[in-house]
Design a protein around this ligand. Structure first.
Ligand SMILES: [Zn+2]
Length: 165
């Protein structure tokens, strides 16, 4: 008995099904206007880049609208990218947002803040080694020095410096 690898057509239909299930709004509206198609195509590139950086298959990475973060553009506020990586080996998921200090080259890992349990950006990740450095057992990962969005944290957070005055 030989196991046949599914052909391109079958894999393409599986990919469409998976995308439709994971991001129905984005998938359905990707042809609505040139901006939507451009965002779709740009996110496809983001997914390829992140997949390469973290050495996972491209279909393990999904870039969708970030429900919590928007960015100003000439034509108004647009949703940011929320990048979800699902580990094919374990099913664990990791979430990233763009690192605007290194566009297209590194991302900010989202995780629970040790000081208040809110989800916030905790580490810059450009390579698998950056993720490993953050995850290493016993590694007391410092929060990013410049915390991108203080508003992510609870007022009582013990991990961020209290505002002066
Ligand atoms: Zn916090």
């Amino acid at each position: 008995m030989t196991t046949t690898v599914p052909g391109l057509a079958e894999r393409a239909m599986r990919a469409a099904h998976a995308h439709r299930a994971a991001d129905p709004h984005g998938f359905h509206h990707r042809h609505d206007n040139p901006e939507a198609w451009n965002r779709w195509a740009r996110r496809a590139r983001v997914a390829r880049t992140v997949a390469t950086a973290l050495q996972v298959p491209t279909d393990a990475v999904l870039a969708t609208d970030d429900p919590h973060r928007t960015y100003p553009t000439r034509t108004g506020e647009v949703p940011g990218d929320l990048i979800t990586v699902t580990d094919p080996a374990t099913g664990s998921t990791w979430r990233f947002i763009p690192d605007h200090t290194t566009p297209g080259q590194a991302w900010l890992l989202l995780d629970r803040c040790p000081g208040c349990d809110a989800e916030t950006s905790v580490a810059r990740v450009a390579t698998l080694a950056d993720l490993g450095d953050y995850l290493a057992p016993g590694h007391n990962a410092p929060l990013l020095r410049e915390i991108r969005d203080i508003a992510d944290h609870q007022p009582s957070c013990t991990a961020i410096p209290q505002a002066e005055g």
